[in-house]
Design a protein around this ligand. Structure first.
Ligand code: 13P
Length: 288
């Protein structure tokens, strides 16, 4: 099967991005896989530490492996926002393709030191695993937020990015370029959109020349997405929009069958709602 590195190399050459979607149950998992297979696109599935705690680390890896084995499908698993070396090691042992060591809340030098330690630990288990490092504060929750979290909005500079990448040798970099985790209520209920600094993305990409990930994709302006991808973003993460769709779908499924108790008969609308979001984002990220 093609490796994640090969898929990212191809995406980078084609100036498209691979969609990364979080899940924590079979509704999300089945929706993401169905959307990707419909469009015959490679896809990344991610789980934060909280999501992994709910699904089980090895259980999530087994789900992904089952799809790979059955369809020989380019589906990849990422340990999203991992804060401890122990959790990174557990994901590496379970067979994850990528691990994000997130030291972005630490002082810069400490982030470098911890990320280096994480890389050493992960690569000694399996050198093929891609390790992503994060710099710049973009918040931490895929939730509906009352306000922009303190400290969000300071952009990563090309110099900082280069220093971090040279010192850590990460495979993938996640910078702060106007993106933010979560959505403001004005994004959920109104037309407010996150705007990205495209010039800064291009400057950072030119300085680091490694794969870059755009986190916090929910609620982002579509044209900014296109330009960010053309300027060097090769992976794009979306979570909050999927969580909102999940909730709406579960509520619709319950309302449509008030006496039903079989989960699989209730949860169909939730799968459809999540699939719709994933499909629309995959189409955008893969457009040339
Ligand atoms: P959003 O929840 O804002 O889409 O961010 C998701 C993300 O970046 C997960 O790593």
């Amino acid at each position: 099967m093609t490796s994640l590195r090969e898929v990212l190399n191809r995406a980078e050459a084609d100036r498209v991005a691979v969609g990364h979607f979080n899940f924590s149950d079979l509704v999300g998992f089945n929706a993401i896989v169905a959307a990707a297979r419909d469009q015959r696109l490679p896809v990344m599935l991610g789980l934060s530490e909280g999501e992994r705690e709910f699904t089980g680390v090895r259980q999530a890896a087994a789900l992904v492996k089952a799809v790979r084995d059955e369809y020989d499908y380019p589906i990849f698993l990422n340990a999203d926002h991992t804060h401890s070396i122990a959790n990174a090691e557990a994901a590496a042992k379970a067979g994850f393709d990528e691990i994000i060591f997130d030291g972005s809340a630490l002082p810069f030098e400490e982030n470098i030191a911890q990320t280096r330690k994480a890389i050493e630990a992960i690569k000694s288990i399996n050198p093929a695993i891609l390790v992503e490092g994060e710099i710049g504060w973009i918040g931490a929750s895929s939730a509906v937020l009352d306000k922009i979290p303190d400290g969000v909005g300071v952009l990563t500079t090309a110099d900082e990015a280069k220093q971090f990448v040279d010192a850590t040798l990460v495979d993938v970099l996640s910078p702060a370029v106007g993106n933010m985790h979560g959505m403001l209520a004005s994004m959920v209920h109104g037309n407010v959109r996150k705007r990205l600094n495209i010039e800064r993305i291009a400057e950072i990409k030119a300085a680091v020349r490694i794969f870059m990930t755009l986190h916090g994709g929910s609620g982002t302006n579509d044209d900014d997405f296109r330009r960010a991808i053309k300027s060097g973003m090769t992976i794009v993460h979306v979570n909050t929009e999927l969580r909102l769709a999940w909730r709406r779908g579960v509520e619709a499924g319950l309302a449509a069958a008030p006496n039903e108790v079989a989960p699989y008969k209730i949860l169909g609308p939730a799968v459809e709602a999540v699939k719709e979001v994933v499909s629309s984002r995959l189409e955008l990220f893969s457009s040339r």
